[in-house]
Design a binder for this molecule. Structure first.
Ligand code: GAR
Length: 205
């Protein structure tokens, strides 16, 4: 069975959505470990409550050295059997840039979720960027991670209308509700072997 690791930095609501979908037996995957780069991430407590092992690889200790930090993460992944052969790594609000070494080792086995319709508005404060850009639609994207930030073959997207009176908070809330649907679905499709990356595209089916 697919061995899943989820990497978080904070709240962990996407992680929770994935773990709860697995618990309902809707995804054939083993939730092997949740890893946080922050010792006080709220999501760590949620993962423990759901009976999933947790680890902290504190990024405070690795200022600047991305590849060294990611080596520590890979060690933890190996400890829990999340390998490039049978594993999947889900970035769920993991606010760090991943090194090319890590991306290459787990090629097309690292997924990310982003609160915008990529390739629009990558990076921080995507919802604010959409509002300031005057977008009528935004949404969220699950994609395989490549060497650029919030970039790589798109797996699923969900569209959200931007309302005239939206604030960053109100828009983020509606986008987040969609994130909680498409991230578990993308993991399910992966676990069933239904995703195939061809060039820059992900083919479903
Ligand atoms: C989510 O909105 C996710 O899309 C975003 O961080 C939030 C994490 O929330 N990720 C990015 O902006 C990546 N560039 P969560 O911890 O409750 O899942």
């Amino acid at each position: 069975m697919l061995n899943l690791a989820i990497l978080i930095s904070g709240r962990g609501s996407n992680m929770e959505a994935i773990l709860k979908t697995i618990r309902k037996k809707k995804i054939p995957a083993n939730p092997a470990v949740v890893i946080s780069n922050k010792p006080d991430a709220k999501g760590l407590r949620i993962a423990k409550k759901l009976g999933v092992k947790t680890e902290v690889v504190d990024s405070q200790d690795f200022k600047g050295d991305r590849a060294e930090y990611d080596k520590k993460i890979i060690k933890v992944l190996e400890k829990y059997g999340v390998t490039p052969e049978n594993g999947l790594v889900c970035l769920a609000g993991f606010m760090r840039i991943i090194s090319p070494e890590f991306i290459r080792k787990y090629k097309n086995r690292i997924m990310n979720i982003h609160p915008a319709l990529l390739p629009a508005y990558p990076g921080l404060h995507a919802q604010k960027q959409a509002l300031e850009g005057g977008a009528k639609y935004s949404g969220c994207t699950v994609h395989f991670a490549d060497e650029k930030v919030d970039h790589g073959p798109i797996i699923l997207q969900s569209i959200v209308n931007v309302k005239d009176d939206d604030t960053e908070q109100s828009l983020s809330k509606r986008i987040l509700a969609q994130e909680h649907k498409i991230y578990p679905e993308a993991v399910r499709l992966f676990a069933l072997g239904k995703l195939k990356v061809v060039g820059k595209r992900t083919k479903l089916g």
